[in-house]
Each structure stands twice: as structure tokens, then as C-alpha cells.
Design a protein around this ligand. Structure first.
Ligand code: HEM
Length: 492
């Protein structure tokens, strides 16, 4: 018995050892410089993964740098033409993000996490209409109402005045909630979203979630065996809320122009079909709930942080703030304090400011793809084998002097009509690019603009210099939830 146990343990240890050494020096053998221990550095350091990639990007002059995601080889690529190939040109080889999830994890069955090409394609195609400009315009009354409620929230909430992240997060979660579930005459205050706690818990980086992501991408078989779930804590609650809302809305013929309207339309059309391939999918309540859940996960924290970075930079650049105030005041005076989408379009300088904040602080600091079919990157003829991950280091590219002179200076003029042509193609990626580009980019911009317009109509900012030593240790995002901004009420 002892002999058998010893034999089993030895075989197991040998298998683990083989697993770890199999791809050791994978990159060295292919004449690509390599950096070991990146994931360990991430778990140990108090930095975001995007900052670790940035350090590597600037430490090596080469265009391709090999790293290891656990024992698995991953390639950081710098060349913008190769980035274009990964995100668009050679999409068939790189459609996957490489997020492994378990089938029982119902809330991960969303466009963001989907790895099955056909499933992703049909769901993305069917829900895209929610984010067209036409649909957003009809939804704008919801966002405007949220921005007004946000002002009331700021006025009554002293804590929000100094540490604004929580307030901004309350606003973005509220406006996503209202855009998914709609508002009606009985809605007292949109800031009382019942999903704030759920969204906070689901997006807050923790050692446990980081470990799950690491396990899912390095030991997918073990991850499957253990049937681990990323969002299991919220599954029962959220799916049931969506089911209930869908049930009630089916009885009611009122158009609200929200996501639930789109779900009902899709469900009324019946099975979703791809006529070319014959692929079919039922738009079940669960599938719709997973999409809605991911609007919170993908949209609330990113939008709140992007607004926060705008405010932090404005508080360090009084001339830029002054010019923006002037633009906002003139629009508000013209529209009698009731914004429309046309007024939002007039805020051209605000667009420049937001674009520059996205450049300096791309909240999603790196983009990843998994190679699903061995291929070659065009520049340098770099072979990428199936299952290798490719990392696009957005944060590092946005701070590269080669593309953005004086990259640490906040300069909205980079995005003026005169200069915008200098922004390099595939060198500006706050929302990604290509076929898997952020589906909510227009929504996010609109939500940010209306929120910031109201905020800066009411308040100005105390001058301060923002120079973060590092961001929070997140696997995906650049976060600084504790950053302070001092708001001073304006006398208009
Ligand atoms: C400032 C706010 C936001 C930023 C910076 C942001 C950024 C991004 C980035 C970088 C990606 C990955 C793109 C790629 O891999 O090429 C992404 C994907 C995605 N985003 Fe956003 N996002 C924001 C807001 C939103 C909002 C408000 C929503 C929904 C309401 C949303 C929904 C999604 C979805 C569903 C995907 C996956 C698309 C797919 O795989 O087909 N995002 N976002």
C-alpha cells in the first residue's frame, strides 16, 4: 500500500515538474528575450499588471518580449502593425481573450468572456443595437436624469466632496442600472441603485480573484475540475432580478428604450440564427442576464475611474480647467440648464480633455488575446504558436515618447482638430480596437460627458499636483480609489 502511494505521489510530482519545465526558456529557444516570474512579481508587488508590463516594455529595446503567465508563454508585442494584425487583420487566429471559465458559471456567459467564436459573434451582433448613437439618443433622458440626481447626491454627501471615487462609482453604476432596467415615474432617485454593492464586490480586486484568474489561465484543467466560479456569489440574485423584470415587462407595452426592451425584442424574435453557418442560440433569460451583469463589470469601474483621472488632471492644470469651465458655462446658458445630446456634442474641448485622460490613464491598461491557430506576425515574421497569449501593453504605448512627446505631460492639444492626425494608428487603445473593441465606448463617453458637465457646472477644483507612485494591484485596470479631489462650490 505504501509503495503504491509513493508511486502515485512520485508520478504526480513528476507530472507537475514536467508541466513547469516543459515551456521553460520557451522564448530563449526562439531567440526572443524573456522575463521570468512576471506573475509572481504581480502577486508580490503592490502594482497593477499594466505597470509591470510598462516596466518590461521600457527595460527592453526589442519589439517582442517573452514572459510567462505561470508556466505558459505569453508575448508582449510593441510593433503597431503587429498589434493591428492581432486585433483586426488576423482576427481568426486571435479572436479569443483566453479567459477560461466553467460552464456552471452562468454570469460569465457574456460577450466579454466568451471564447466560442460563433457564440460570441451572434450575441455581440444581436446586442450591438443597444449602443448605436440612435438608441443612445433615445436613452439620453435616463442619463441626464442620473446626472441631475448625482448633483443632489454630491450636495448632500460631504465625503464625496473629498474622496470622489465612491461618488463617481455610485453615479456610473446608477446610470448603467437605469439604462439596463429603465426608469419610470415612480423612480425617486436613480442614485439608490440596488446593484452598487454587488458591482463593487464583483469588480474590487482581491487576492482571491487574482488567484482565480491566474489558476484559470495557467491550470485550466484544474480550474474546470474544481468547477470554480468567478461571480457565483451574485448569480442567484442577479439572474432572478432580471427574470422578474423581464416577466413584468412582457405584460407592459410601454417603450423605455433600455436594455430590457432589447431583450424582449430578441426573445420575441425567437431562436437567434446565423444564416451563413447555421449556428443557433436561444436568447434565454440567463443569457440576457449575463450580458447585463457584464455591463456593470465592464462599464462602472472603468467609467468612474476615467472620470476620476479627468478631475485629478484638471485639478493640476488650472488653465485647462478654466477653459473647460468656459465651454461648459456657455453650453448651459444656451440650453437653460437642461442638456440635450446636441449640447453634449458641442462640448468639443471636453472631448479633447477626456481623450487625453484616456491616453495618460487607459483604465484597461493592457489587452490580451490567445492565439487559437498558429500564425505569423507580419513585422519581423514572428511565429506565434497556438495557445500562446499575446499581450498589448496599452499603458506603456500611451506613455511612449516615440508616439507622444513629453508623455507624462497632460496636454489635451494632442487631440485638437489640428493635431489629432498625429495620433498613431493602433497606438491609442483606451477601448481596444478591431472586432472585439469595447461595445460600450459610446455609452461610456456620453455618460462621462454628461456627468462631468454637471459636476463642473456646479463645482470647481482646488489646485493640487497628481503624481501617483503606483496604482492598485489589479489584473486588468489602473485604479486609484483613494485619490483625493477637493471640490469647491461655484457661484454662477
Ligand atoms: C471608460 C469606460 C470604458 C473603458 C475604458 C472600456 C474599455 C474596454 C476595453 C479596453 C475593452 C477590451 C477591448 C479589446 O479587447 O480589444 C472593452 C471591452 C468591452 N467593454 Fe468596455 N470600456 C468602458 C466602458 C464600457 C461600458 C459602459 C460597457 C457597457 C455598458 C462596456 C462593455 C464592454 C464589453 C461587453 C466588452 C467586450 C466586447 C467583446 O468582447 O466583444 N464597456 N472595454
Amino acid at each position: 500500500m505504501l509503495c503504491i502511494s509513493l508511486l502515485v505521489i512520485s508520478a504526480l510530482l513528476l507530472a507537475i515538474f514536467k508541466f513547469f519545465v516543459k515551456d521553460r526558456h520557451y522564448w530563449k529557444k526562439r531567440n526572443i528575450p524573456e522575463v521570468q516570474g512576471v506573475m509572481w512579481k504581480f502577486l508580490k508587488s503592490q502594482k497593477s499588471i499594466a505597470e509591470i508590463y510598462k516596466d518590461i516594455y521600457f527595460a527592453y529595446p526589442e519589439e517582442n518580449i517573452g514572459v510567462y503567465n505561470g508556466p505558459k508563454p505569453a508575448l508582449i508585442i510593441k510593433n503597431l502593425e503587429n498589434i493591428q494584425a492581432v486585433l483586426l487583420g488576423d482576427f481568426q487566429s486571435f479572436f479569443s481573450r483566453g479567459f477560461n471559465t466553467n460552464q456552471n458559471d452562468q454570469l460569465t456567459d457574456s460577450v466579454l468572456f466568451m471564447e466560442d467564436y460563433e457564440r460570441w459573434r451572434i450575441v455581440r451582433y444581436k446586442i450591438s443595437p443597444v449602443f448605436t448613437m440612435k438608441k443612445l439618443k433615445s436613452m439620453f433622458y435616463i442619463m441626464e436624469r442620473c446626472a441631475r440626481d448625482f448633483m443632489q447626491f454630491m450636495d448632500n454627501n460631504q465625503e464625496a466632496i473629498n474622496k470622489p471615487f465612491n461618488a463617481l462609482y455610485t453615479y456610473t453604476t446608477a446610470s448603467i442600472t437605469a439604462s439596463i432596467f429603465g426608469i419610470d415615474a415612480n423612480t425617486q432617485n436613480t442614485m439608490d441603485s440596488p446593484f452598487i454593492e454587488m458591482a463593487t464586490k464583483a469588480t474590487e480586486p482581491s487576492f482571491q480573484t487574482n488567484l482565480k484568474f491566474l489558476l484559470a489561465s495557467t491550470f485550466p484543467k484544474l480550474f474546470k475540475l474544481l468547477q470554480l466560479k468567478f461571480f457565483g456569489d451574485h448569480e442567484y440574485y442577479f439572474i432572478n432580478v432580471v427574470k422578474q423584470v423581464l416577466k413584468e415587462r412582457r405584460k407592459d407595452n410601454d417603450k423605455r428604450y433600455d436594455f430590457i426592451d432589447t431583450c424582449i425584442e430578441l426573445q420575441n424574435e425567437g431562436v437567434m440564427r446565423n444564416l451563413e453557418t447555421g449556428y443557433q442560440l436561444v436568447p434565454s433569460d440567463e443569457l440576457m442576464a449575463a450580458q447585463a451583469f457584464f455591463f456593470f463589470i465592464a462599464g462602472a469601474d472603468t467609467s468612474a475611474h476615467s472620470m476620476l483621472f479627468v478631475l485629478l488632471e484638471l485639478s493640476g492644470n488650472p488653465d485647462i480647467l478654466k477653459r473647460l469651465h468656459k465651454e461648459i458655462d456657455s453650453v448651459f446658458e444656451k440650453c437653460n440648464e437642461k442638456l440635450t445630446t446636441d449640447n453634449i456634442d458641442e462640448l468639443k474641448y471636453m472631448d479633447m480633455v477626456i481623450n487625453e485622460a484616456f491616453r495618460k490613464y487607459p483604465t484597461i491598461g493592457s489587452i490580451q488575446r490567445k492565439c487559437t491557430k498558429t500564425t505569423t506576425l507580419p513585422v519581423g515574421q514572428i511565429k506565434v504558436e497556438k495557445d500562446v497569449q499575446v499581450i498589448i501593453p496599452t499603458y506603456a504605448i500611451h506613455r511612449d515618447e516615440k508616439y507622444y512627446p513629453n508623455p507624462d505631460v497632460f496636454d489635451p492639444e494632442r487631440f485638437s482638430p489640428k493635431n489629432i492626425g498625429n495620433i498613431p494608428k493602433y497606438g491609442y487603445l483606451p477601448f481596444g480596437e478591431g472586432n472585439r473593441i469595447c461595445i460600450g465606448a459610446r455609452f461610456a463617453r456620453l455618460q462621462m460627458k454628461v456627468g462631468l458637465a454637471w459636476l463642473l457646472r456646479r463645482y470647481t477644483l482646488k489646485e493640487q499636483v497628481y503624481k501617483p507612485k503606483r496604482f492598485e494591484p489589479s489584473f486588468f485596470a489602473l485604479r486609484d480609489t483613494g485619490a483625493r479631489v477637493d471640490f469647491i462650490p461655484r457661484r454662477i
